[in-house]
Each structure stands twice: as structure tokens, then as C-alpha cells.
Design a binder for this molecule. Structure first.
Ligand code: NAP
Length: 223
């Protein structure tokens, strides 16, 4: 069966990705800061402690899994980076942390695992982006989060070009507005409406999809 590696796997969308792939019989490497939340999930699930911005730990995990093929690398971990967006109250600490987790960490993880993915059968690198990262759909507020996801989008587009020769499919996904700790209770979608749809979407990705920015239902988002 194929193998998936998921970051931010202890709650929210990440936890349901683990359950969905495990139920399909995949080998799942579930990475979380607190992997105890992953205990008791049935299937071929391997929990790894991972703070995504600890790049020594990222590289150590890549070395530990050196013998493995990873069909789907799923960069899911993210933070909301809420900050006051009124000029005069911009918080540089929030900006640096938001970019570290949402933008730089997925790239460092892609760098560490590129050969694991390239030697697999499916060869897919996915990053959870957001509609809020679309410049074409820009609205007010959430500067740090929006900018971190816009930068993630640009970087994933670049990876799709640079990794085409290795046959790696690079796609950014918007999960919808989903009822998680980040999305809040007012969100329009349940986790059950979002994650299985994304798993089906990822299943169907072809090389010609590389470099796309897709909604959970497969529709295209403008950059
Ligand atoms: N929910 C939505 O409506 C929505 C919409 C658009 C995009 N997204 C994106 O979808 C992804 C998942 O969001 P979610 O709604 O599931 O959010 P969530 O419920 O807040 O969960 C976020 C996950 O990311 C992990 N995480 C955060 N910082 C981390 C770090 N430094 N190292 C390792 N793990 C870290 C958290 O781990 P801990 O438990 O250790 O904190 C948690 O597992 C994010 O990238 C988010 O931007 C969500």
C-alpha cells in the first residue's frame, strides 16, 4: 500500500487525514508535537514527535525514514497568526512565527523529503494553503496569515516547476472553511465534509495538475 506523511497530525484536519488514510490501508507517518493524541488509531500508523520549525528534527526524521518511499507528503501544520492589522500595531514576533510555520517549514520539509517522494509511485507534495492567501480574492485583515499563505503558494508553484523533472506533483489545497480550532464553530464545513473530499482529490491528481491551487472540491482558485 502507499505511504503518506502528515504534519500537524494530532488534531483538526491533520488528525482526520491520519484516520482517513489509515482506514484506506495506507502506511501513515503521523507527525505531531504531541503524538499521544494518535494513540489508539487503528491501522499502519506510525507516530513521530515533530515541531515543524525544528529543522534538525525534520532532517533527523528524514534520515530515520531513509529507506521509505513517501507517496504523499502532506504539509498540513499551520497557525492562524492572528495579529492587529491596523498600521501602528503590527507585531513582528507574530509575523516571524507565522512565516516560520506556514511558509518556511513546509519548504524545509519538502527539501528533506524530496527523494523519499521522488522514488515513490505517486510522487505528490501537497501543502494546505488557504483562500485567504489568494491575492486575487484579497480582503482586509489577517495580514500575516494571508501573506504567509500567498508566499507558500508562490513557493509551491516554483517547486512544481523545479521538480517536474523528477515527476513530483506539487499542489496547494484550500480545505474550505472548516470547523476546527482554527476555523471556529461558525465555519461552513465539517471536517467530515472536507478531509475525505481532499483525500479523493489527492488520489486523482495527475502530473498535469502540478502547480495548481485547488479548493477541496476540485475547483480552481485564482492566485
Ligand atoms: N480550518 C480552516 O477553516 C482552514 C481554512 C484554510 C486553511 N486551513 C489550513 O489547514 C491546515 C490545518 O488547519 P486546522 O484547521 O486543522 O488547524 P488547527 O485545528 O488549528 O490545527 C493546526 C495543527 O497544526 C499543528 N501545528 C501548528 N504549529 C505547529 C508547529 N510549529 N509544529 C508542528 N505542528 C504544528 C497543530 O499542532 P498542536 O496540536 O501541537 O498545536 C495542529 O495539529 C493549516 O495549514 C491551516 O492554515 C484551515
Amino acid at each position: 500500500m502507499p505511504t503518506v506523511l502528515i504534519t500537524g497530525a494530532a488534531r483538526g484536519l491533520g488528525l482526520d487525514f491520519v484516520k482517513q488514510y489509515a482506514a484506506r490501508g495506507w502506511r501513515v507517518h503521523a507527525c505531531a508535537r504531541t503524538p499521544t493524541a494518535l494513540e489508539g488509531i487503528e491501522g499502519d500508523v506510525h507516530a513521530h514527535p515533530l515541531e515543524v520549525s525544528d529543522y534538525d528534527a525534520v532532517n533527523a526524521l528524514a534520515a530515520k525514514l531513509a529507506g521509505e518511499q513517501i507517496d504523499v507528503l502532506l504539509n498540513n501544520a499551520g497557525i492562524a497568526g492572528r495579529e492587529a492589522t491596523v498600521l501602528g500595531s503590527i507585531d513582528p514576533v507574530v509575523w516571524r512565527q507565522t512565516f516560520e510555520v506556514n511558509t518556511l517549514a513546509p519548504l524545509m520539509i519538502a527539501q528533506a523529503f524530496v527523494e523519499h517522494v521522488a522514488r515513490s509511485e505517486q510522487r505528490k507534495m501537497i501543502a494546505l494553503s488557504s483562500r485567504l492567501g489568494s491575492i486575487a480574492l484579497a480582503d482586509s485583515g489577517r495580514y500575516a496569515y494571508r501573506a504567509s499563505k500567498a508566499a507558500l503558494n508562490m513557493k509551491w508553484k516554483g517547486l512544481s516547476i523545479d521538480l517536474a523533472g523528477k515527476g513530483v506533483i506539487c499542489v496547494v489545497l484550500h480545505p474550505g472553511w472548516v470547523q476546527t480550532d482554527m476555523g471556529g464553530a461558525a465555519a461552513t464545513l465539517t471536517i467530515e465534509q472536507s478531509v475525505p473530499a481532499m483525500v479523493n482529490l489527492i488520489d486523482g491528481l495527475k502530473p498535469s495538475d502540478s502547480g495548481r491551487f485547488l479548493n477541496y472540491d476540485g475547483t480552481e482558485f485564482p492566485w
